[in-house]
Design a protein around this ligand. Structure first.
Ligand SMILES: [Zn+2]
Length: 227
């Protein structure tokens, strides 16, 4: 008799997006196990309405797990956090906090350096280090709204690096397998650091000029299941 054994795939597929700015329903998403939104899902007005719609949309996505971090445009999470969190029922919301999913330890933080921030803005240097010091050493996947300094953090080749130096220190200390972020839309892409850390800027909204926008592809990252 042949015995069939259903084996779990050795890798987990993580689907990452950020900076949808109200255009979430325009996204075409691939299959995967874990869905991440790294912030800026709201528009600057009608925040309650857009959040309710975003939450509905999340509820229909075919992923076993959904994790969301806020960004500098998600004002409601800073101005009325209890109400905002009550409306976000279809995802795990991380704000300077962590969750373990399928054996992977995630940590999320919405902080970006002022002055480019409307919500969760913090001065560079010691003030921001307070937040980054909280990132546990046992982190497999770090989700932040903003990029680390000099990694996928410029709008174009001539533009200044917008990333946070203190976040870079935290990444080097915690050595996550994967660091997901957005915020600097022109930095969309992925690269692997010298320590083998995968960096993914998944800001999907592209500014095309003259008030026109386009949407880029979501990023899909495969990670070995923790043994
Ligand atoms: Zn942003």
């Amino acid at each position: 008799m042949v015995k069939l054994i259903m084996s779990e795939r050795a890798q987990l597929q993580i689907v990452c997006i950020s900076d949808t700015h109200g255009f979430h329903r325009e996204m075409t998403l691939p299959r995967g196990d874990i869905f991440i939104h790294a912030g800026d899902f709201l528009t600057d007005d009608r925040q309650l309405e857009v959040l309710a719609d975003f939450n509905d949309w999340l509820g229909g996505l075919p992923y076993r797990h959904r994790i969301v971090v806020a960004g500098n445009h998600d004002l409601l999470f800073a101005s009325n956090p209890s109400k905002a969190r009550r409306l976000l029922t279809n995802a795990v919301y991380l704000e300077n906090s962590g969750v373990t999913v399928e054996g992977l330890r995630f940590w999320g933080c919405p902080v970006t350096p002022v002055p480019s921030s409307m919500a969760f803005g913090v001065e560079r240097g010691a003030a921001s280090r307070k937040y980054w010091d909280k990132v546990p050493t046992e982190t497999d996947v770090l989700i932040t709204h903003g990029p680390p300094f000099r990694v996928l953090d410029a709008e174009n080749i001539l533009a200044p690096h917008m990333g946070c130096e203190q976040l870079t220190r935290a990444v080097l200390r915690a050595q996550p397998r994967l660091h997901i972020f957005g915020h600097v839309h022109g930095g969309y892409g992925r690269e692997t650091g010298p320590d083998g850390i995968s960096f993914v800027n998944c800001a999907v909204l592209a500014r095309l000029g003259r008030g026109e926008f386009g949407l880029r592809q979501p990023m899909v990252v495969e990670l070995d299941r923790p043994s």
